[in-house]
Design a protein around this ligand. Sequence first.
Ligand code: ASN
Length: 318
Amino acid sequence: MKQVMYQKIEDAVSYLQRSERLPILKVQTTALHTIEEFMVSRGFIQLMPVITAKVTDPLGPDPGSSVVLVPRIKYYDEDLVLTQSMILHKQLALLSGADKIFIMSPNIRLENKARGKSGKHLFEFTQMDFEIKNGTMENVMALLEDLVVEVISSTISEREDDLKELNRELEVPPKPFEVYTSHELEEKYGKDWEYLASLEHKYPFWVTCFKREFYDREDPNNPGHYRNYDLIYPEGYGEAASGAEREWQYSKIIERITKDNLNPEDFKEYLEVAKRGLLSQSAGAGIGIERLVRFLTGAKHVGDVQPFRRVPGEEVIL
Ligand code: ASN
Protein backbone atom coordinates (compact mmCIF):
# COMPACT_ATOMS: atom_id res chain seq x y z
CA MET A 1 0.00 0.00 0.00
CA LYS A 2 2.77 2.36 1.00
CA GLN A 3 4.61 1.40 -2.18
CA VAL A 4 1.60 2.33 -4.35
CA MET A 5 1.30 5.69 -2.62
CA TYR A 6 5.02 6.31 -3.07
CA GLN A 7 4.77 5.58 -6.80
CA LYS A 8 1.81 7.92 -7.20
CA ILE A 9 3.71 10.80 -5.64
CA GLU A 10 6.72 10.05 -7.85
CA ASP A 11 4.49 10.12 -10.93
CA ALA A 12 2.79 13.38 -9.89
CA VAL A 13 6.17 15.00 -9.29
CA SER A 14 7.61 13.92 -12.64
CA TYR A 15 4.39 15.12 -14.29
CA LEU A 16 5.02 18.55 -12.72
CA GLN A 17 8.61 18.43 -13.96
CA ARG A 18 7.84 17.50 -17.57
CA SER A 19 9.87 19.51 -20.07
CA GLU A 20 6.75 21.06 -21.63
CA ARG A 21 5.42 22.29 -18.26
CA LEU A 22 7.21 25.64 -18.25
CA PRO A 23 6.61 26.54 -21.93
CA ILE A 24 2.90 25.79 -21.41
CA LEU A 25 2.78 28.00 -18.31
CA LYS A 26 4.54 30.77 -20.19
CA VAL A 27 1.99 30.65 -23.01
CA GLN A 28 -0.78 30.66 -20.39
CA THR A 29 0.73 33.73 -18.73
CA THR A 30 0.70 35.61 -22.04
CA ALA A 31 -2.88 34.50 -22.74
CA LEU A 32 -4.15 35.63 -19.30
CA HIS A 33 -2.31 38.93 -19.48
CA THR A 34 -3.63 39.62 -23.00
CA ILE A 35 -7.21 38.77 -22.01
CA GLU A 36 -7.21 41.07 -18.97
CA GLU A 37 -5.60 43.91 -20.87
CA PHE A 38 -8.03 43.45 -23.80
CA MET A 39 -11.16 43.35 -21.63
CA VAL A 40 -10.11 46.41 -19.62
CA SER A 41 -9.26 48.29 -22.85
CA ARG A 42 -12.80 47.57 -24.08
CA GLY A 43 -14.29 49.15 -20.95
CA PHE A 44 -15.06 46.00 -18.94
CA ILE A 45 -15.06 46.12 -15.14
CA GLN A 46 -13.43 43.13 -13.44
CA LEU A 47 -15.27 41.31 -10.66
CA MET A 48 -13.88 38.69 -8.29
CA PRO A 49 -15.42 35.24 -8.64
CA VAL A 50 -18.17 33.81 -6.47
CA ILE A 51 -17.50 30.21 -5.46
CA THR A 52 -20.25 29.54 -2.89
CA ALA A 53 -23.88 30.54 -3.33
CA LYS A 54 -27.51 29.56 -2.76
CA VAL A 55 -27.94 28.81 -6.43
CA THR A 56 -25.76 28.11 -9.44
CA ASP A 57 -26.08 27.39 -13.15
CA PRO A 58 -28.23 24.22 -13.49
CA LEU A 59 -26.20 23.28 -16.61
CA GLY A 60 -29.14 21.62 -18.14
CA PRO A 61 -30.84 20.47 -20.07
CA ASP A 62 -27.69 20.83 -22.15
CA PRO A 63 -26.48 18.05 -24.40
CA GLY A 64 -22.96 19.31 -23.64
CA SER A 65 -23.22 18.62 -19.92
CA SER A 66 -23.00 15.28 -18.09
CA VAL A 67 -22.70 16.34 -14.45
CA VAL A 68 -23.39 13.45 -12.09
CA LEU A 69 -23.69 15.56 -8.94
CA VAL A 70 -24.14 19.21 -8.01
CA PRO A 71 -21.33 20.10 -5.58
CA ARG A 72 -22.90 21.11 -2.23
CA ILE A 73 -21.45 22.12 1.10
CA LYS A 74 -23.09 22.72 4.46
CA TYR A 75 -21.85 25.72 6.37
CA TYR A 76 -23.50 25.95 9.81
CA ASP A 77 -27.19 25.96 8.87
CA GLU A 78 -26.73 27.08 5.31
CA ASP A 79 -26.84 24.80 2.32
CA LEU A 80 -24.57 26.18 -0.36
CA VAL A 81 -23.61 25.04 -3.83
CA LEU A 82 -20.23 25.49 -5.48
CA THR A 83 -20.23 27.44 -8.71
CA GLN A 84 -20.88 25.48 -11.91
CA SER A 85 -20.89 28.79 -13.77
CA MET A 86 -21.53 32.37 -12.68
CA ILE A 87 -24.21 33.03 -15.29
CA LEU A 88 -26.96 33.96 -12.78
CA HIS A 89 -24.54 36.11 -10.79
CA LYS A 90 -23.41 37.82 -13.99
CA GLN A 91 -26.99 38.94 -14.59
CA LEU A 92 -27.32 40.10 -10.98
CA ALA A 93 -23.95 41.88 -11.04
CA LEU A 94 -25.20 44.25 -13.74
CA LEU A 95 -27.23 45.86 -10.93
CA SER A 96 -23.92 47.39 -9.74
CA GLY A 97 -24.21 49.98 -12.50
CA ALA A 98 -21.37 48.48 -14.56
CA ASP A 99 -22.53 47.89 -18.14
CA LYS A 100 -19.76 45.46 -19.03
CA ILE A 101 -18.32 43.00 -16.55
CA PHE A 102 -15.85 40.13 -16.62
CA ILE A 103 -14.63 37.58 -14.13
CA MET A 104 -11.90 34.92 -14.10
CA SER A 105 -14.33 32.39 -12.76
CA PRO A 106 -13.37 28.95 -11.39
CA ASN A 107 -16.08 26.37 -12.06
CA ILE A 108 -16.63 22.94 -10.53
CA ARG A 109 -18.48 20.50 -12.80
CA LEU A 110 -18.54 16.95 -11.58
CA GLU A 111 -18.82 15.38 -15.02
CA ASN A 112 -19.31 11.72 -15.75
CA LYS A 113 -16.04 9.72 -15.64
CA ALA A 114 -16.43 8.81 -19.31
CA ARG A 115 -15.86 12.49 -20.17
CA GLY A 116 -12.22 12.10 -19.08
CA LYS A 117 -11.52 10.60 -22.50
CA SER A 118 -12.98 13.49 -24.52
CA GLY A 119 -9.71 15.41 -24.33
CA LYS A 120 -11.58 18.63 -23.40
CA HIS A 121 -13.35 18.00 -20.08
CA LEU A 122 -12.16 18.90 -16.59
CA PHE A 123 -14.08 18.81 -13.32
CA GLU A 124 -12.36 22.00 -12.18
CA PHE A 125 -11.48 24.74 -14.65
CA THR A 126 -11.57 28.50 -15.09
CA GLN A 127 -13.52 30.46 -17.64
CA MET A 128 -13.25 34.13 -18.47
CA ASP A 129 -16.92 34.94 -18.14
CA PHE A 130 -18.36 38.27 -19.28
CA GLU A 131 -21.68 40.02 -19.74
CA ILE A 132 -22.76 43.16 -21.61
CA LYS A 133 -25.85 45.11 -20.61
CA ASN A 134 -28.05 45.66 -23.68
CA GLY A 135 -25.55 43.61 -25.67
CA THR A 136 -26.50 41.45 -28.64
CA MET A 137 -25.14 38.20 -29.99
CA GLU A 138 -23.50 40.17 -32.80
CA ASN A 139 -21.65 42.37 -30.25
CA VAL A 140 -20.41 39.35 -28.31
CA MET A 141 -19.32 37.40 -31.37
CA ALA A 142 -17.36 40.37 -32.76
CA LEU A 143 -15.72 40.94 -29.37
CA LEU A 144 -14.67 37.31 -28.99
CA GLU A 145 -13.25 37.23 -32.50
CA ASP A 146 -11.11 40.26 -31.67
CA LEU A 147 -10.06 38.66 -28.39
CA VAL A 148 -9.06 35.33 -29.92
CA VAL A 149 -7.09 37.08 -32.67
CA GLU A 150 -5.35 39.25 -30.07
CA VAL A 151 -4.43 36.26 -27.90
CA ILE A 152 -3.09 34.24 -30.83
CA SER A 153 -1.10 37.24 -32.11
CA SER A 154 0.46 38.00 -28.73
CA THR A 155 1.31 34.34 -28.20
CA ILE A 156 3.05 34.17 -31.57
CA SER A 157 5.02 37.35 -30.93
CA GLU A 158 5.85 36.88 -27.23
CA ARG A 159 6.30 33.11 -27.03
CA GLU A 160 8.05 32.11 -30.21
CA ASP A 161 10.65 29.96 -28.42
CA ASP A 162 8.09 28.23 -26.25
CA LEU A 163 5.90 27.42 -29.26
CA LYS A 164 8.96 26.00 -31.02
CA GLU A 165 9.77 23.86 -27.99
CA LEU A 166 6.18 22.62 -27.97
CA ASN A 167 6.31 21.99 -31.70
CA ARG A 168 3.23 24.12 -32.19
CA GLU A 169 2.56 26.30 -35.18
CA LEU A 170 -0.10 28.97 -34.80
CA GLU A 171 -1.69 31.16 -37.42
CA VAL A 172 -3.74 34.30 -36.87
CA PRO A 173 -7.24 33.49 -38.19
CA PRO A 174 -8.93 35.88 -40.64
CA LYS A 175 -12.07 37.73 -39.48
CA PRO A 176 -15.01 37.42 -39.55
CA PHE A 177 -15.17 33.76 -38.52
CA GLU A 178 -17.59 31.48 -40.35
CA VAL A 179 -21.03 30.96 -38.80
CA TYR A 180 -23.20 27.82 -38.96
CA THR A 181 -26.32 26.72 -37.14
CA SER A 182 -26.18 23.62 -34.94
CA HIS A 183 -28.95 22.16 -37.12
CA GLU A 184 -26.99 22.35 -40.36
CA LEU A 185 -23.87 20.85 -38.77
CA GLU A 186 -25.84 18.02 -37.20
CA GLU A 187 -27.43 17.30 -40.54
CA LYS A 188 -24.04 17.23 -42.26
CA TYR A 189 -21.94 15.38 -39.64
CA GLY A 190 -24.43 13.64 -37.34
CA LYS A 191 -24.44 13.67 -33.53
CA ASP A 192 -20.67 14.02 -33.20
CA TRP A 193 -20.67 17.17 -35.36
CA GLU A 194 -18.59 19.27 -32.99
CA TYR A 195 -15.49 17.10 -33.24
CA LEU A 196 -15.88 16.27 -36.92
CA ALA A 197 -16.54 19.86 -38.03
CA SER A 198 -13.67 21.03 -35.81
CA LEU A 199 -11.32 18.54 -37.51
CA GLU A 200 -12.29 19.82 -40.94
CA HIS A 201 -11.70 23.49 -40.16
CA LYS A 202 -8.45 25.42 -40.33
CA TYR A 203 -9.77 28.43 -38.37
CA PRO A 204 -12.16 28.92 -35.42
CA PHE A 205 -15.85 29.11 -36.34
CA TRP A 206 -19.23 29.83 -34.78
CA VAL A 207 -22.20 27.57 -34.22
CA THR A 208 -25.53 29.16 -33.27
CA CYS A 209 -28.96 28.09 -32.10
CA PHE A 210 -28.89 25.43 -29.39
CA LYS A 211 -31.78 24.22 -27.29
CA ARG A 212 -30.23 24.50 -23.83
CA GLU A 213 -30.47 26.24 -20.42
CA PHE A 214 -33.40 28.52 -19.56
CA TYR A 215 -31.30 31.66 -19.41
CA ASP A 216 -30.35 31.51 -23.12
CA ARG A 217 -32.86 33.67 -24.96
CA GLU A 218 -35.41 32.13 -27.26
CA ASP A 219 -35.62 34.10 -30.51
CA PRO A 220 -38.79 36.18 -30.13
CA ASN A 221 -39.17 36.29 -33.92
CA ASN A 222 -38.57 32.59 -34.37
CA PRO A 223 -39.83 30.51 -31.41
CA GLY A 224 -38.07 27.18 -30.99
CA HIS A 225 -34.81 28.86 -32.07
CA TYR A 226 -32.26 30.43 -29.74
CA ARG A 227 -30.06 33.52 -29.69
CA ASN A 228 -27.02 31.59 -28.47
CA TYR A 229 -23.64 30.60 -29.88
CA ASP A 230 -20.55 28.48 -29.34
CA LEU A 231 -17.10 29.24 -30.66
CA ILE A 232 -15.32 26.11 -31.89
CA TYR A 233 -11.57 25.73 -32.33
CA PRO A 234 -10.28 24.04 -35.48
CA GLU A 235 -8.07 20.90 -35.75
CA GLY A 236 -10.30 18.76 -33.52
CA TYR A 237 -9.85 20.90 -30.38
CA GLY A 238 -13.62 21.54 -30.21
CA GLU A 239 -15.57 24.00 -28.08
CA ALA A 240 -13.78 27.17 -27.01
CA ALA A 241 -16.51 29.46 -25.72
CA SER A 242 -20.21 29.48 -25.22
CA GLY A 243 -22.74 32.23 -24.65
CA ALA A 244 -26.07 33.83 -25.43
CA GLU A 245 -28.43 36.72 -25.25
CA ARG A 246 -30.40 36.25 -22.03
CA GLU A 247 -33.95 35.87 -20.87
CA TRP A 248 -34.52 38.72 -18.43
CA GLN A 249 -38.29 38.98 -18.05
CA TYR A 250 -39.75 37.18 -15.04
CA SER A 251 -42.67 35.58 -16.89
CA LYS A 252 -40.42 34.21 -19.61
CA ILE A 253 -37.84 32.91 -17.12
CA ILE A 254 -40.55 31.08 -15.18
CA GLU A 255 -41.94 29.64 -18.39
CA ARG A 256 -38.52 28.33 -19.40
CA ILE A 257 -37.67 26.95 -15.92
CA THR A 258 -40.98 25.10 -15.85
CA LYS A 259 -40.49 23.74 -19.35
CA ASP A 260 -37.09 22.38 -18.27
CA ASN A 261 -38.69 20.57 -15.31
CA LEU A 262 -36.54 22.55 -12.89
CA ASN A 263 -37.89 23.52 -9.50
CA PRO A 264 -38.53 27.32 -9.28
CA GLU A 265 -38.02 26.96 -5.51
CA ASP A 266 -34.30 26.29 -6.18
CA PHE A 267 -34.00 29.70 -7.86
CA LYS A 268 -36.12 31.58 -5.29
CA GLU A 269 -33.84 34.54 -4.57
CA TYR A 270 -32.83 35.02 -8.22
CA LEU A 271 -36.49 34.89 -9.23
CA GLU A 272 -37.40 37.48 -6.58
CA VAL A 273 -34.97 39.90 -8.23
CA ALA A 274 -36.38 39.06 -11.68
CA LYS A 275 -39.93 39.55 -10.41
CA ARG A 276 -39.05 43.10 -9.35
CA GLY A 277 -38.09 43.79 -12.98
CA LEU A 278 -34.46 44.35 -12.02
CA LEU A 279 -32.73 42.06 -14.53
CA SER A 280 -31.54 43.80 -17.69
CA GLN A 281 -31.48 42.69 -21.24
CA SER A 282 -27.93 41.42 -21.80
CA ALA A 283 -25.66 39.08 -23.69
CA GLY A 284 -22.40 37.42 -22.78
CA ALA A 285 -20.23 34.37 -22.98
CA GLY A 286 -17.47 32.47 -21.25
CA ILE A 287 -14.20 31.27 -22.76
CA GLY A 288 -12.48 28.33 -21.08
CA ILE A 289 -8.90 29.17 -20.12
CA GLU A 290 -7.50 25.62 -20.05
CA ARG A 291 -9.08 24.84 -23.42
CA LEU A 292 -7.61 28.04 -24.83
CA VAL A 293 -4.16 27.10 -23.51
CA ARG A 294 -4.58 23.58 -24.87
CA PHE A 295 -5.33 25.02 -28.30
CA LEU A 296 -2.46 27.51 -28.16
CA THR A 297 0.07 24.88 -27.08
CA GLY A 298 -1.31 21.94 -29.06
CA ALA A 299 -1.63 19.79 -25.92
CA LYS A 300 -3.25 16.41 -26.43
CA HIS A 301 -5.58 16.64 -23.42
CA VAL A 302 -6.86 19.74 -21.66
CA GLY A 303 -5.69 18.15 -18.39
CA ASP A 304 -2.11 18.28 -19.70
CA VAL A 305 -2.04 22.07 -19.31
CA GLN A 306 -2.97 21.78 -15.61
CA PRO A 307 0.02 21.26 -13.29
CA PHE A 308 -2.57 19.75 -10.90
CA ARG A 309 -4.79 17.66 -13.14
CA ARG A 310 -8.53 17.63 -12.55
CA VAL A 311 -9.72 15.18 -15.18
CA PRO A 312 -13.01 13.26 -14.71
CA GLY A 313 -12.26 9.66 -13.73
CA GLU A 314 -8.64 10.36 -12.72
CA GLU A 315 -7.55 10.23 -9.09
CA VAL A 316 -6.41 13.53 -7.57
CA ILE A 317 -2.89 13.12 -6.17
CA LEU A 318 -1.60 16.64 -5.59
N1 ASN B 1 -20.50 31.17 -19.44
C1 ASN B 1 -21.68 30.70 -20.11
C2 ASN B 1 -22.48 31.86 -20.64
O1 ASN B 1 -22.11 33.00 -20.45
C3 ASN B 1 -22.52 29.85 -19.22
C4 ASN B 1 -21.88 28.54 -18.85
O2 ASN B 1 -20.68 28.44 -18.64
N2 ASN B 1 -22.65 27.49 -18.71
O3 ASN B 1 -23.50 31.64 -21.29
